[in-house]
Design a protein around this ligand. Structure first.
Ligand SMILES: Cc1cc2nc3c(=O)[nH]c(=O)nc-3n(C[C@H](O)[C@H](O)[C@H](O)COP(=O)(O)OP(=O)(O)OC[C@H]3O[C@@H](n4cnc5c(N)ncnc54)[C@H](O)[C@@H]3O)c2cc1C
Ligand SMILES: CC(C)=CCC/C(C)=C/CC/C(C)=C/CSC[C@H](N)C(=O)O
Length: 478
C-alpha cells in the first residue's frame, strides 16, 4: 500500500510500561526519522517501581509476569535482560478463625486436600481460566499480522465474540455461580486471590477475574534487577527523547510546517519545575490513566470536547516489613512448624490486610534462604496504611516497616464501559484497556495496538483496522 511521509514528531505522555512500549512499537512502525518525545513527571517505570531498604531492592508495584505474557517475554529477550522466578513457597488461606487451606510440599497431598474439601472445582476452575487464556492469546497473532482495533470492546470481541466481550458486563461471582461453583469454593479459594491481586472480591468483571486467577499458574517470573528495567530499556532501544516534565494541557492548533503547508497539530504544554514550555506534535499518545488524581491533563478547546474520565482507582498500600511473623494469629502450630510463606485472606477474615507473603529481593534468583533468626522480609497488601499497632499485632518483633501507597488499578464494577482509544483525529489513549484488566501485559498490548492504529490511520490503511473474522482469516496463514 501507498505510504505517506512519516510524521515529524510524536509525543507520548507517561513512561510506564505502556508509554515505553508504545515508543518501541512506534519506532518499529514509523522508522528512524520520527522524533519521539516521552514525557514523564515522576520515575521511568510508573507503577513498575522498587523500594530500596537496607541496601536491598524489592518490587513495590507490578511484580509478577505470566509465562504466556508474550510481549513482556519478547522485551526481556530483545533487551538482553535476565529473569528470576516469582512464585514459590507454600500458601495458606485464613478466614479470620483458622487456615481453611494450607498447601503442602507434596503435589499429590495438595490434590487430595483440594478434592476432599471442594471436589473437582479446582480443576474445573483451571480449565475455565485456560479457556479464557486460549482466546486471549489470539491477540498476538492479530498483532503480529499488524491488525489494529479502534476500541477495547472491538479488540475483545475479535478474541472470542459476544461471550468473551460479555465478560466485562458480568461479575466473576455470577459467572462462576452460573458455572456451578459452590459458595464455599468461591469464598475460600477465589475471593482471596482477587483480594491479593486487585484489592477487591468476586464483584470484579469476569475477564479481570480470569486474569487474576491465571496468577495461580506455575512459572510466574520477574525481571532480574526489577521489572522497571524493561521500561528504561525500551526507552533507550526506541531512541526516544525523555522529557522529565508534567504535561498540563493539550490543544489542537494549526501550524505552518517547514513545507509551508498549514497543518493541524497538537500543542503539548508542560511544566519542568516552575517553568512552562510547549511543543507541537503530529501524533500524541496518552499512556497514563486520565483522571484528575493520576495525571491531571486538560484537553483545551476540542470540538466536540474530549470527555472527562472519572474512573475510580483502587487505593492499595504495599508495606515491606523485616521481622518475625506472629504466626499464632493464623495457626496454633509452633512457630518453627508454620512453614507457609504466603497467607491470603477471605472477605470475612476481619483482618486489616489483604495478604502477606515473604518476598525475595529483585536480584535473588531462588527463594530466600531459610532464616537463622526467624526474620524474613514480608510484603503486605492492605486497603489502608497500616498503623504501628497493627504491625505489632502481625509481628513479634521487626527491624523496619516501609510503606508505599498506590492508586493501583481500576475499581472494577461491571458492567464496564471502556474509555475510547481514539480521543481525537491523531490523539490516542492507551489506559482505557485497564477497565478490562490492569496488568503489565495489558498495557503492552494496548501500546502495540495504539502504535498500529496510529500508523494505519496516518497512512489511510483502513483495511487493517477492526477487521471482522480475523481468527478464521489468519488460521491458514503463517
Ligand atoms: C501494587 C501493584 C501491584 C501490581 N502487580 C502486578 C503484577 O504483579 N503483575 C502485573 O502484570 N501487573 C501488576 N500491577 C499492574 C501494573 O503495574 C500496571 O497495570 C502497569 O504497570 C500500568 O502501566 P502503565 O504504563 O499503563 O501506567 P503507569 O505505570 O501508571 O504509567 C503512567 C506514567 O505516566 C506518568 N504521568 C502521569 N501523568 C503525567 C503527566 N501529566 N505528565 C507526565 N507524566 C505523567 C506517571 O508518573 C507514570 O509514570 C500492579 C500494580 C500495582 C499498583
Ligand atoms: C494479562 C494476562 C493474561 C495475565 C497477567 C496475569 C498477571 C500476572 C496479573 C497480575 C495481576 C496483578 C495486578 C497482581 C497484583 S499482586 C501480584 C503479586 N501477588 C504480588 O505479590 O505482588
Amino acid at each position: 500500500a501507498e505510504l505517506r511521509a512519516p510524521p515529524d514528531k510524536i509525543a507520548i505522555i507517561g513512561a510506564g510500561i505502556g508509554g515505553t512500549s508504545a515508543a518501541y512499537y512506534l519506532r518499529q512502525k514509523f522508522g528512524k526519522d520520527v522524533k519521539i518525545d516521552l514525557f514523564e513527571r515522576e520515575e521511568v517505570g510508573g507503577r513498575l517501581a522498587t523500594m530500596m531498604v537496607q541496601g536491598q531492592e524489592y518490587e513495590a508495584g507490578g511484580s509478577v509476569i505470566h509465562p504466556l505474557n508474550l510481549h513482556m517475554k519478547r522485551f526481556v529477550k530483545d533487551l538482553g535482560l535476565s529473569t528470576v522466578q516469582a512464585s514459590g513457597g507454600l500458601l495458606g488461606i485464613y478466614n479470620g478463625e483458622a487456615l481453611v487451606f494450607e498447601e503442602s510440599n507434596w503435589f499429590i497431598i495438595n490434590v487430595i486436600k483440594l478434592v476432599w474439601r471442594y471436589g473437582f472445582q479446582s480443576l474445573r476452575m483451571h480449565m475455565w481460566v485456560e479457556d479464557v487464556l486460549d482466546k486471549f492469546m489470539r491477540i498476538y497473532r492479530y498483532q503480529s499480522h499488524d491488525y489494529a482495533f479502534s476500541s477495547v470492546e472491538k479488540l475483545l470481541h475479535a478474541l472470542g465474540g459476544d461471550d468473551f466481550l460479555g465478560m466485562l458486563n458480568r461479575t466473576l461471582l455470577e459467572t462462576l455461580q452460573k458455572a456451578g461453583f459452590s459458595e464455599k469454593f468461591l469464598n475460600e479459594m477465589i475471593a482471596p486471590v482477587m483480594r491479593v491481586n486487585y484489592g477487591q472480591s468476586t464483584d470484579i468483571n469476569a475477564f479481570v477475574g480470569a486474569v487474576s486467577l491465571s496468577c495461580s499458574d506455575s512459572g510466574l517470573w520477574a525481571v532480574e534487577g526489577g521489572n522497571k528495567l524493561v521500561c528504561s530499556g525500551l526507552l533507550q532501544a526506541s531512541k526516544s527523547n525523555l522529557i522529565s516534565g508534567s504535561v498540563m494541557y493539550i490543544e489542537e492548533k494549526t501550524k505552518t510546517k517547514h513545507t509551508g503547508n498549514p497543518t493541524k497539530m497538537y500543542e503539548v504544554v508542560y511544566q519542568i519545575g516552575t517553568e512552562t514550555h510547549s511543543d507541537f506534535y503530529d501524533i500524541v499518545l496518552v499512556a497514563t490513566p486520565l483522571n484528575r488524581k493520576m495525571s491531571n491533563i486538560t484537553f483545551l478547546n476540542f470540538d466536540p470536547p474530549i470527555e472527562e474520565f472519572h474512573q475510580y482507582y483502587q487505593h492499595i498500600v504495599t508495606t515491606l516489613v523485616k521481622g518475625e511473623l506472629n504466626t499464632s494469629i493464623f495457626s496454633s502450630r509452633p512457630i518453627d512448624k508454620f512453614g507457609l510463606s504466603t497467607v491470603l485472606t477471605t472477605d470475612n477474615s476481619d483482618l486489616f490486610i489483604n495478604s502477606i507473603g515473604i518476598v525475595s529481593s529483585v536480584r535473588e534468583k531462588e527463594d530466600p534462604e531459610p532464616s537463622t533468626d526467624g526474620t524474613y522480609v514480608w510484603k503486605i497488601f492492605s486497603q489502608e496504611t497500616l498503623t504501628k499497632a497493627q504491625i505489632l499485632k502481625l509481628f513479634l518483633s521487626y527491624d523496619y516497616a516501609v510503606k508505599k501507597p498506590w492508586l493501583a488499578y481500576p475499581h472494577y464494577k461491571p458492567p464496564e464501559k471502556c474509555p475510547s482509544i481514539i480521543l481525537h483525529d491523531r490523539l490516542y489513549y492507551l489506559n482505557g484497556i485497564e477497565c478490562a484488566a490492569s496488568a503489565m501485559e495489558m498495557s503492552a498490548i494496548a501500546a502495540h495496538n495504539a502504535a498500529l492504529l496510529a500508523y494505519h490511520r496516518w497512512n489511510g490503511h483502513t483495511d487493517m483496522i477492526d477487521q471482522d473474522g480475523l481468527y478464521e482469516k489468519l488460521k491458514t496463514e503463517l
